[in-house]
Structure formats: structure tokens, C-alpha cells
Design a protein around this ligand. Structure first.
Ligand SMILES: [Zn+2]
Length: 441
């Protein structure tokens, strides 16, 4: 949402020249280019971030509420109209002296890894390409997460790492991951306005999920599961003594390790795993419905689950209560195989503490492939076949109270070559070795 900006003529530091319909103001005499980023409350003080990483609190002559402002007289200002009514901006400085100065502030280890010339070349390449990157990503972000609704967005060099603001980000470097991550926060924080202290996973986690998908799109979309690093990160925490539930208040975690892993990684896993439960296409429709219904309305976890239930036709409160409210973990295993009356029987075991539906992939000696699917009883329904061209055997629901389950497949056991639970690794299955069985008859 854009706001009009008034300025106080009596203390005006210069003639603000407004660039087009955007809220990018120029006060060359005092601050160079700077941008109104965020209202912090009524008053005359502003937080001014300079590109050399310093931060000033100072009075600025604007009769507006508190603002976060980025300013540096040396900023290069690039902008691009990417569609009707949307201009992307970049504010950065990549002159040799500026980059030499930045490089000297880096740690010895960083400087050894990234010699000065390489640092200069990379930083120039990244900042000069940031609007290209953003323009390539935007159509995919619009389509996948809902249309970016504002008239501008700004990538601003400064600050530490990356920090999100409405319609802007402060970035130390302009690498693909951080650029996309901070921009994704416009969806999962700025538009949604979830309570980040209470539900950090709906903010950083959903943002990280978006980041991984957009990055995969930008890289050609070849990675079948760009979320695997998040799964590995979450499962490392789950195996450790530091694990805490996602319901923990951000300020009340015993360790920053548990906070950050839960907020970023387990939150990302939550959405990818939801795709396993309801089907990836349905999960994508859920994300768009969530955007339509809940942006600007401060949704809670229950609001998200309710949208997911409506779109999928499945009960999903159990997914929230197990995966969000507790430390319980997933581990499904292949238990045993045999044949009765010419048909294969497969017994599976729930070796974990959290119930899930089960996707099973069967490969046969003749090169053919089938799947089997066992709905979780708590879902009160089944997901559609995600691969309609592949034959799928659907079992009766598996009650979460039962440790084992046997499914019958209409093939001879001796035809079987391999068997795997969740072959695309979309669940945080803690012990993968018992998911797969290779038969060397
Ligand atoms: Zn973030």
C-alpha cells in the first residue's frame, strides 16, 4: 500500500523531487537518495541507514510518522518498469573505493575466501543484475504465491545480511537467495501480517519455502525437491536435545539454534510436507486461496489449516497438532513381504511417533512402475492420484493407533524389484534406510 508523504516546508532540507508515482524521494543536499520504508509511529525522528552499514537516528524534516529511511549520496539508483503500475528500484554503490572499504570490514576468514578482486567483481555483477533477477522471478512469484499488489519495490544496499520491510529490503549483498527471500517476505509477513513472535514458522518458514521454489525456478526448475536442505536442517534439530515445538514463543526458545531452525526450516518443511499429504497441486491452490482470503487480516495457524481443509476436502487439524504443537517425529518402515494366492502383501510399520499417510513406489523387473497409497485415518479422505498415468492401489485408512498395516498388491512378489516409502522425500522421515528395499532375486 502506498501512502502520500507530506513535507514540512519550514524545515524542508531541499526540494524533494518525487520520481513518478513511487515514494522514492530525492533530497540530494542532505541525504542523497533515500526512501520512506516503514512507519514506526508518530514523531520527527527517522532511522537512516547508510550504505556503509552505519545507522543514524536523526531528525528529518518530514511531517510524517516515523520512517525507516535508506540514504547515501553515492547510491546509484536503477529502476525498471516490470509491468503496468509496478516499478522495481535498486539503490547500491559499487564504485571501487566503496567496495574496497566494504571488503576491509569483512572478517579475515571471509577475506581469505573472497579476495578483493573477486569480491569487487561479484558485488558489481550481483547489484548490476538485481533488477534482471527480480524481473525474471516476478511472474513465477505472482503465479505461485498471488500477485504482488504494490506499485513499487526497492532493493537497497545496506544493513546486515538482509532485512525485510514493506515494499523494500536492505541487503548486504545481492545474491539470488537473499534477494528472493527478502522479497518473498512481502507475501509472508507484510501482506499476511502473521504474529511473528507467536508463529515465526508462518513468516520465516513460508518465506524460506517460497525462496527455495523461486530459486529452483530461476535455476531451470530441475531440482525435484529444492527443500531437502530444510528437511536435513530440521531433522538434525529433531534428533538433538535442543528440539522444541513450533508453538514456542520466539522470545522463549532455550536456544537460538532451535528458534532459527524451527522458524526457517521446519516452517518450510511444513508446506512441502503438506503437499505430500494433500497433493502438490492442491497445496499450490491452498497457497493462492490463503493469499486471497487472509492477506491484510493477520491469520493464525488455525486460519491456514482451515483454508487447507476446504481446498483439500481433508481433515488436517491432526497435522497441525502433531507437527506444530509437539516434538513428535515421523518414521515409516517396510516391515515384511510375502505372497498369498498369487498376490503380494506388504507389511509396513509406523516406527515413529507421528502418523502420516503413506506413498509407496513399486518398481518391477519388467521395468514397470506402480504406486500404492494408504490414507491416514485422521484425514477422513484420500488425496487424488498425483500421477494419473501410473497405476495406484489405494488401501483402507491406516488408524494412527495401529503400529503396523498390510496392503495387498495385485502382482506376484517375484515380479518386484524395489519398494520405497515416500520416494520423493517429501516427509521428514527420520530413518530413511528402512524406507527402501531392493530385491536382488
Ligand atoms: Zn526472512
Amino acid at each position: 500500500m502506498t501512502r502520500s508523504v507530506e513535507h514540512d516546508k519550514s524545515t524542508d532540507p531541499g526540494d524533494p523531487s518525487q520520481s513518478g508515482p513511487n515514494k522514492v524521494l530525492s533530497y540530494p543536499r542532505r541525504f542523497g537518495h533515500y526512501e520512506i520504508l516503514k512507519e514506526l509511529g508518530r514523531g520527527g525522528m527517522a532511522t537512516v541507514y547508510l550504505a556503509n552499514d552505519t545507522r543514524l537516528e536523526r531528525k528529518i524534516a518530514l511531517k510524517v510518522p516515523h520512517k525507516t529511511v535508506a540514504a547515501d549520496p553515492e547510491y546509484i539508483h536503477a529502476s525498471r518498469t516490470v509491468r503496468d503500475g509496478l516499478v522495481l528500484h535498486a539503490f547500491y554503490k559499487v564504485s571501487r573505493p566503496a567496495l574496497e572499504k566494504q571488503w576491509t570490514t569483512m572478517s579475515d576468514v571471509m577475506r581469505r575466501q573472497m579476495p578483493l578482486e573477486a569480491y569487487i567483481a561479484r558485488t558489481q555483477r550481483e547489484w548490476e543484475g538485481v533488477l534482471d533477477l527480480a524481473a525474471r522471478a516476478l511472474p513465477y512469484m505472482d503465479k505461485t504465491f498471488g500477485k504482488y499488489p504494490y506499485r513499487q519495490y526497492s532493493f537497497i544496499q545496506g544493513g546486515d545480511g538482509g532485512m525485510e520491510y514493506p515494499m523494500a529490503t536492505l541487503l548486504k549483498g545481492a545474491g539470488e537467495g537473499v534477494v528472493i527471500h527478502e522479497w518473498m517476505h512481502c507475501w509472508y509477513q507484510m501482506m499476511m501480517g502473521t504474529n511473528e513472535s507467536l508463529h515465526a514458522w508462518m513468516d520465516e518458514g513460508f518465506t524460506s519455502y517460497g525462496e527455495a521454489r523461486v530459486a529452483n525456478f530461476l535455476d531451470g526448475g530441475q531440482d525435484p525437491n529444492p527443500h531437502l536442505p530444510a528437511f536435513q536442517s530440521y531433522m538434525r534439530l529433531a534428533r538433538s536435545e535442543h528440539n522444541e515445538p513450533l508453538t514456542t514463543h520466539s522470545d522463549q526458545y532455550a536456544s537460538n539454534y532451535a528458534y532459527s531452525t524451527n522458524a526457517y526450516s521446519k516452517g518450510e518443511v511444513f508446506l512441502e510436507q503438506l503437499g505430500y499429504i494433500v497433493g502438490a497441486d492442491v497445496r499450490d491452490r491452498i497457497l493462492l486461496a490463503y493469499y486471497d482470503r487472509w492477506r491484510f487480516k493477520h491469520p493464525t495457524p488455525a486460519d491456514f489449516i482451515r483454508v487447507a481443509e476446504e481446498l483439500s476436502g481433508l481433515q488436517l487439524d491432526w497435522y497441525r497438532t502433531f507437527f506444530v504443537n509437539t516434538n513428535k517425529t515421523i518414521d515409516y518402515a517396510i516391515d515384511s513381504l510375502w505372497e498369498e494366492k498369487g498376490r503380494m502383501r506388504i507389511r509396513l510399520r509406523n516406527a515413529g511417533t507421528m502418523p502420516m499417510p503413506v506413498d509407496l513406489e513399486l518398481r518391477f523387473k519388467d521395468g514397470s512402475r506402480e504406486t500404492a497409497y494408504i490414507p491416514q485415518y485422521l484425514m477422513f479422505g484420500t488425496k487424488a492420484n498425483e500421477e494419473p498415468s501410473v497405476k495406484r492401489t489405494v488401501g483402507t485408512p491406516w488408524k494412527w493407533t495401529h503400529p503396523t498395516y498390510t496392503i495387498e498388491i495385485e502382482r506376484r512378489l517375484t515380479d518386484l524389484k524395489s519398494l520405497e516409502i515416500d520416494p520423493r522425500q517429501r516427509t521428514a522421515d527420520m530413518e530413511r534406510r528402512n524406507n527402501r528395499l531392493e530385491l536382488n532375486w
